[in-house]
Design a protein around this ligand. Structure first.
Ligand code: XUL
Ligand code: MN
Length: 344
């Protein structure tokens, strides 16, 4: 396999139990330590954390208790030589985030969201990462008349400014998603994320995370989203997975639905040298609901394997011949060349 600079990451939620809105779990829960112990053997280097993956029941704990538990986790990570890739405040479970977090119509709830984000930044510091991921799960509406869209942009900027002010080194990576759980989200695409960055007190420290499935849900080509973010030097993290069209967020294994699109995502990462500043390839993938316990980790191993095989495919693609065909405007031959290359 070609030598490569890539390092890999997943989150504890990616070893999930199979629950969906219409039925219970299909696999028994596993402990966090067990998940941590699987990571290296699967060829992974880092774990990503929601704030309450790092410190359970975070809302019930004092600041000093939170710091103490985060330090204990850091030691467990160090003992296993596992890095923390990012921390993300989970702003979609609490009753305080029922109607949005930073854009809630209730001032007390907005205050809660900002305070919790500050605590998540402290945890990131302790775990040794400067990346706070913001998936803005409930920043949107179930019905448009419920919120003022212009005011919501101002509230988002206020919240980002409070986070940037809390810590001079933290970088905010916004993870856009157009819908689910909301009808319409306020930050559906990378363009929205990078535009909102410009309104903050320190645009240099506000960037983005692209998730394949989220881009597809927005009707966009994930490879174009990657090129766009990287043209601004703003792709600081990545959630590769797959998605079969405009449905619920499926988080399928990378390449599972559209191998050609996966190839083009890898090509975009290759041409932009993603990873050369230490960025990780994270797989935000879930096992199929039907998965047996003994096959529970295969979606992670398979996503990584498919990714590395596509790196080889990207590197062995006949670029000179492709340029010739582009010059000759012979896109029919180019199309077939890609198909033949993927078929091997
Ligand atoms: C939701 C999603 C999240 C974020 C982290 O669709 O992708 O798991 O990646 O909060
Ligand atoms: Mn994600």
């Amino acid at each position: 396999m070609a030598k490569n600079r890539y390092r890999f990451c997943f989150g504890p939620w990616n070893i999930s139990e199979g629950q969906d809105p219409y039925g219970p779990t299909t696999r028994p829960p596993q402990s966090f330590d067990w998940k941590l112990d699987q990571l290296k053997g699967l060829g992974f280097d880092a774990m990503m954390f929601h704030d309450d993956d790092a410190v359970a029941d975070i809302d019930t704990k004092s600041e000093s208790q939170i710091h103490k538990e985060a330090k204990a986790l850091k030691k467990r990570l160090d003992d296993r030589a596992i890095a923390a890739e990012m921390v993300a405040p989970r702003l979609w479970f609490s009753p305080m985030t029922m109607d949005g977090a930073y854009t809630s119509n209730d001032r007390k709830c907005r205050r809660y969201a900002i305070d919790r984000s500050r605590r998540a930044i402290d945890i990131a510091n302790i775990l040794g990462t400067d990346i706070l991921v913001l998936w803005l799960a409930r920043e949107g509406t179930y019905l448009r008349e419920a919120k003022d869209g212009r005011r919501s942009v101002e509230l988002l900027v206020e919240a980002l400014d409070a986070m940037l002010g809390h810590d001079k080194r933290i970088r905010l990576a916004i993870e856009p998603k157009p819908n689910e759980p909301m009808d319409h989200a306020y930050v559906p695409t990378i363009g929205h994320a990078l535009a909102i960055a410009q309104l903050t007190r320190d645009p240099k420290r506000v960037g983005a995370l692209i998730e394949t499935a989220h881009a597809i849900l927005a009707g966009l080509d994930p490879a174009d989203e990657i090129d766009f973010a990287m043209a601004f030097g703003k792709l600081w993290s990545l959630h590769l997975n797959d998605q079969n069209g405009l449905k619920f967020d499926q988080d399928k294994p990378f390449g599972s639905n559209n191998l050609r699109s996966a190839f083009n995502q890898v090509r975009a990462l290759e041409r932009n040298k993603y990873g050369s500043n230490g960025e990780y390839i994270c797989f935000d993938v879930h096992p199929f609901r039907t998965t047996k316990v003994e096959h529970w980790l295969d979606h992670l191993a398979n996503s990584r394997r498919t990714f590395l095989r596509l790196v080889e495919k990207a590197r062995s693609f006949d670029e000179a011949r492709a340029r010739q065909l582009v010059g000759d405007r012979n896109y029919q031959a180019l199309d077939q060349m890609v198909i033949e290359h993927l078929l091997g």
